[in-house]
Design a protein around this ligand. Structure first.
Ligand code: PMP
Ligand code: PLP
Length: 486
């Protein structure tokens, strides 16, 4: 509502790919608008009758805020039941029962869940500072990124994308078959460098870059970046936005770890520097502002996902962007996934709206914040204890689930004879031999054809128990020492 007095987003016609520009609305989906007419009998859409749906009800037991611990669900949890024909509700715009959830729906998502994510987006981001912003549900950020790249990049135009020099490997695998080239931007402890981005854009030379046009799209993971675990601070985000605005670059803000921002690390495996936020308001204030919240132009397409904060198997997330961009996105979804599974949508909706509500959901995120803080502190304590500090270094992650370990390859006894990739290979093999899997840093290089300048491994503190994390880090330390002949 606050948005109506703001200017509309810029238009992005000059960016849209031929593929995206040529998408027409699904004529059958458009017919749905007539269903609102009172008394109308539909012989239209090929929607099966709910009477033939062999699922009569679903129920799930979920925690009641703030009793989120797994062990508490048996005693303090609540049962949520969804029937085929539920008459009550009406609270958020009509019944949302199985008869509706299990049938075909609009690709943008069910009205109820779409409203919930839109309200949540307003609560968290402000809302964005332009008038015509929208959300649309997605099948998760993997699929959302694929759709976004096809919408904004054209192989025939020689379009390219900029990203952190080490980036989410699946994003690289998404871009490659689309013929979209990816180029790395220098990073530091706070992730993508704004001055580096400015320089890359200002000095772009098509010939030097193998014929790639100056990129007009930035793909970035501002919080707990995969694989480096780096988090851009508020000023860094403002600087990046300013550079993108000046060079007219569109931003894909991929934020699966935004709500895994943790308590500041105090060293020695402890996070007691500041007390954790006690109220949802304090929690929201503790979050680093998003690029979306700074987006006066409507040049950000933000991707959120329930994967890391509820369940990855839901295959559910949402995008937030300008009306024009979201409309093009939906035109694609209509002919691809047709939006997320109705089963997923109704279960998530019943959880986050009916069982928890916005406040309960924020309290869940506050719970996760402390869970991840505890796990991160445990892996850092193990690193401090077991790793040779003169060979292995790291930046304590402020968000996400990854710890990026840099190994000083220059001290390797065969540093002049062996390449970084060969040393990486030795350490990786030795890790497996000793019983620990750490992911090779080279797998994440944005520019795979350029020789790496550093030696890195990605570890995660998301899943292993504290004891196992300590054992694993001890084994990693042993593998590094062995490779370096210590
Ligand atoms: N192909 C044909 C010929 C169809 O009639 C339909 C449904 N209208 C589909 C595909 C779409 O099927 P689905 O719901 O599995 O995406
Ligand atoms: N983006 C990044 C940066 C990720 O690390 C991941 C998960 O590993 C994803 C997207 C995938 O998210 P989703 O499960 O929503 O497809």
């Amino acid at each position: 509502p606050q948005s109506y007095d703001k200017p509309k987003a810029r238009r992005w016609d000059h960016l849209l790919s031929q593929e995206s520009l040529s998408r027409e609305p699904c004529v059958l989906k458009q017919a749905a608008k007539y269903l609102k007419k009172p008394g109308l009998i539909s012989l239209g859409g090929g929607l099966p009758s709910a009477s033939n749906f062999p699922i009569d009800s679903l129920s799930m037991r979920v925690p009641t805020p703030p009793h989120f611990a797994e062990a508490e669900v048996a005693s303090t949890g609540q049962d949520v039941r969804i029937g085929k024909y539920d008459v009550r509700d009406g609270r958020n715009g009509g019944v949302y029962d199985l008869a509706i959830a299990l049938n075909y729906g609009q690709s943008v998502g069910a009205a109820q869940l779409l409203r919930w994510v839109t309200e949540h987006t307003e609560l968290v981001h402000g809302p964005p500072p332009y008038a015509d912003w929208r959300c649309a549900l997605t099948v998760g950020s993997t699929g959302a990124l694929e759709q976004a790249l096809r919408m904004l990049c054209d192989r025939a135009r020689g379009d390219a994308v900029l990203t952190e020099e080490y980036t989410f490997s699946t994003a690289l695998e998404t871009a490659a078959p689309l013929g979209v080239r990816v180029f790395g931007v220098p990073t530091d402890g706070e992730g993508l460098r704004a001055d580096g981005l400015d320089e890359v854009l200002a000095t772009w030379d098509e010939k030097e870059r193998g014929g790639a046009r100056r990129p007009r799209v930035l793909y970035t993971v501002p919080s707990g970046q995969n694989p480096t675990g780096a988090t851009q601070g508020a000023q860094r985000r403002r600087d990046i936005y300013e550079v993108c605005s000046r060079h007219d670059v569109f931003i894909l803000e991929d934020e699966p770890y935004y709500f895994l921002q943790m308590q500041p690390y105090g060293g020695g495996g402890a996070s007691n520097v500041v007390p954790p936020p006690e109220t949802p308001e304090a929690f929201l204030r503790s979050l680093i502002p998003s690029l979306l919240s700074m987006d006066t132009d409507g040049r950000v397409l933000r991707m959120d996902s329930f994967s890391k904060v509820v369940v990855p198997g839901s295959r559910l997330g949402w995008i937030t962007a300008s009306e024009q961009v979201v409309e093009r996105y939906i035109r694609h979804a209509e002919v691809a996934s047709q939006g997320p599974s109705g089963i997923s949508q109704v279960l998530l909706y019943k959880l986050v709206d009916e069982a928890w509500g916005h406040e309960g959901y924020l309290r869940w995120l506050m719970h996760l914040r402390l869970e991840y803080t505890r796990r991160r502190d445990a892996i850092l304590a193990a690193c401090e204890r077991y790793l040779p500090r003169d060979l292995v270094s790291w930046v304590p992650p402020a968000a996400g689930m990854f710890l990026w370990l840099q190994v000083d390859h220059t001290q390797h006894p065969q540093a002049s004879a062996k390449s970084i990739l060969e040393i990486e290979d030795d350490i990786f093999a030795s890790c497996i031999d000793k019983g620990v899997l750490a992911i090779r840093g080279s797998w994440f290089r944005a520019e795979q054809d350029v020789a790496p300048s550093g030696l890195f491994f990605r570890t995660t503190f998301a899943a292993a128990s504290e004891d196992d994390m300590a054992r694993a880090i001890e084994r990693f330390g042993a593998a590094v020492r062995e490779s370096f002949g210590r």
